[in-house]
Design a protein around this ligand. Structure first.
Ligand code: SAM
Length: 296
């Protein structure tokens, strides 16, 4: 693998040849450091029989590291110029390039089915992409993603932390996540003005199989929309009033004066479960807001 990885000179040469000038809109910051690629591939905990899904292969830096480590790689790239050039740059028989928006792909698009998500994600859509793929690809057993350090902190935060919020709870519904290291701006071209962070995650069984994910996520969205308020107040709109919110919270075994930032995902699931018999929460969960639509 080491010989084939792209360094700064190769990245510039490729970009010039393809006429690519990186755009902020698509979060295009390309890795040009073979050591970082090796670090990501090692930290991903891949098995030789894994099928990797890479979102945003760009010029192919990470793709080159992945094709030698797993059985198959699916690379989903929204930029048609980059998608078209990838088979030439990587030239591996176990690579399938999908010129597509990662927010629009689903299980039917992939054969063989992906088992691990490994990606240096476009930072502007990182959280929605991770949640969309975990929801739509049940064969994913885990992954390792690089995101803005601040987003990595949020994704891996636990209850009680200042940065614990919607992304933390929603990712926890699907997976156990942990921080897997920091990455400095200098390994990218162009150089971003923030640090990056690695997040490793392994799928877990959701806390309650009998409750719809969208019902739980509706409670999470309502609780964090007004995170400084008590749950009694924050969930009033969702429940149809503060008294109803209090009733549901007590039935779920949660103190009405608690705040959303102190609750585990299992406790959010208990609130959704306690609301079910009385039909509370139907208004918000049916409002059309997609559960993956999260603010990052
Ligand atoms: N993996 C490459 C690397 O590490 O050098 C590039 C990573 S760059 C941070 C993000 C890549 O995601 C870009 O190639 C960009 O075109 C692509 N991208 C942006 N939005 C996307 C989307 N919605 N679906 C798929 N690819 C996307």
């Amino acid at each position: 693998m080491a010989d084939a990885l792209l360094g700064p000179a190769e990245i510039r040469e490729l970009a010039t040849r393809l006429g690519v000038s990186p755009t902020k809109k698509l979060g295009q910051n390309f890795l040009h450091d073979p050591n970082t690629i090796r670090r990501i591939v090692a930290a991903a905990g891949l098995r030789p029989d894994d099928v990797a899904l890479e979102v945003g292969p760009g010029l192919g830096s990470l793709t080159l590291g992945l094709v030698g480590a797993v059985r198959h790689v699916h690379a989903v790239e929204i930029d048609p110029r980059l998608a078209a050039a990838l088979p030439e740059t990587v030239a591996a028989p176990n690579l399938t390039v999908h010129p597509a928006d990662a927010m629009r792909v689903g299980a039917a698009d992939f054969d063989p089915a992906p088992t691990m998500l490994v990606a240096n994600l476009p930072y502007n859509v990182a959280v929605p992409v991770v949640l969309h793929l975990l929801a739509g690809l049940p064969t994913l057993r885990g992954g390792l993603v690089m995101v803005q350090k601040e987003v990595a902190d949020r994704l891996t935060a636990g209850p009680g932390s200042k940065v614990y919020g919607v992304p933390s709870v929603k990712l926890a519904w699907y997976a156990d996540a942990r921080p897997a290291g920091k990455v400095p701006p200098a390994v990218f071209w162009p150089v971003p003005n923030v640090d990056s962070g690695l997040v490793a995650f392994l799928r877990r069984t959701p806390p309650r199989a009998d409750i719809d994910r969208s019902d739980v996520f509706a409670v999470v969205d309502a609780a964090f929309a007004q995170r400084r308020k008590t749950l009694r107040a924050a969930l009033a709109g969702w429940a149809g009033g503060p008294q109803q919110a209090e009733k549901v919270l007590v039935a779920a075994g949660i103190a009405p004066q608690a705040r959303g930032e102190s609750l585990t995902v299992a406790q959010f699931a208990e609130i959704a479960a306690a609301a079910k018999p009385s039909g509370v929460g139907g208004k918000l969960s049916a409002s059309g807001r997609q559960p993956e639509e999260v603010d990052t």
